[in-house]
Ligand binder design. Sequence first.
Ligand code: PRP
Length: 178
Amino acid sequence: MYEDLKKILITKEEIDKRIKELAAELDRDYEGKRPLMVAILKGSVMFYADLLRAMTIPLELDFMAISSYGNKTKSSGEVKMIKDLDRSIEGRHLIIVEDIVDSGYTLSYLKRMLYSRHPESVKICTLLDKFECRETPLQPDYKGFDIGNEFVVGYGLDYAEKYRNLPEIGILKEEVYR
Ligand code: PRP
């Protein structure tokens, strides 16, 4: 897989170090709140597992799977639910864990949808923020790294379902996806 990469953007050590810092921040902010940590499948799985292992406060896990309807850059940003949460979120503190925020349409839609179920709070924790590509006002509450407008894979992120199991985050060579 490495031969398809233009370069390694974020090393395993850099990811580990940043996750420890984020986990400490979440531990502080959610002490006594028993947050419900919501993974958005599939890209977030590596980040989710490592982040939760680094947190020390009591928390709960749940999972959602969604897929974009057609072209996700269209203004509705409507997404289709493939797997919903298992339980009611009424009165709960939710932390949505994502691998990347790009246009922001997916999370804007999800946040609206989840707030209609009356949770106490919904915050977003993303490993990567491609802020230059934002087309909505959405801002993550916690983030690992800002990145530029580049095609990144690895550590959960894919191109055509490949590269998710790379331990680092790399930039894909253009000839691979052109
Ligand atoms: C990625 C990511 C977000 C979404 C962000 O998921 O995990 O859910 O895209 O893009 P946006 O900000 O432009 O809406 P993807 O559709 O690649 O699915 P995956 O996690 O299963 O790879």
